[in-house]
Design a protein around this ligand. Structure first.
Ligand code: HEM
Length: 158
């Protein structure tokens, strides 16, 4: 792999980051809007929830681009990056991002769908407030993990 191919791979890395981190931010924003709308008008709230649900696929596409390009760069410069502290911590943070953003977030999104699809009972309001609290923590944590991984990757502490 020559320098130009390496740089092109880094561009793909950045595109994946923009897609994934951008979607994480929009996810937080869309859900804040959903909770507000759903309280006022359930039908409109469900439309917003559908948009948030559809956005999830971009999270996965972004992750795929990040992983493929990251592995590509490592294949070229493994000796350099693999030994460095920033990279090792980054891989640990990456696992947290996958578990939190793709695993927990998705499971909670599916749970929300089930609750919204169920017949309204007094229990629904309680379940929704629990989902809202957990979802908010997951979404803020995801943005925080991205900031940590950006800082590590740009400063490359060793
Ligand atoms: C959520 C996951 C990830 C995020 C947000 C992320 C973010 C970043 C950022 C912001 C940079 C700095 C780009 C620059 O300095 O121009 C970078 C560089 C890099 N990333 Fe990632 N990355 C992720 C996952 C990965 C993975 C899984 C690998 C490898 C398997 C990887 C390998 C690298 C390498 C080798 C560089 C250094 C490129 C260079 O400066 O030449 N990254 N990453």
């Amino acid at each position: 792999m020559n320098q130009h191919i390496y740089s092109a791979t880094l561009v793909v890395h950045v595109v994946g980051i923009v897609l994934m981190a951008g979607t994480a931010f929009i996810d937080l924003f869309t859900f804040r809007y959903f909770w507000k709308r759903y309280g006022e008008d359930k039908e409109q709230g469900l439309v917003v929830e559908n948009i948030a649900f559809g956005l999830q696929r971009f999270m996965g596409v972004g992750m795929l681009l990040i992983l493929l390009s990251g592995i590509g760069m490592m294949a070229y410069l493994h000796q350099v990056w693999g030994q460095q502290l920033w990279f090792r911590i980054k891989m640990a943070v990456l696992v947290l991002i996958i578990v939190n953003g793709l695993g927990l977030r998705r499971a909670l999104g599916n749970k929300l769908r089930r609750i919204l699809g169920a017949d309204a009972t007094t229990d629904v309001a309680l379940q929704l407030s629990k989902v809202k609290a957990r979802m908010t923590i997951i979404q803020y944590l995801q943005l925080l993990l991205f900031i940590v991984i950006f800082t590590l990757s740009v400063f490359k502490f060793n």
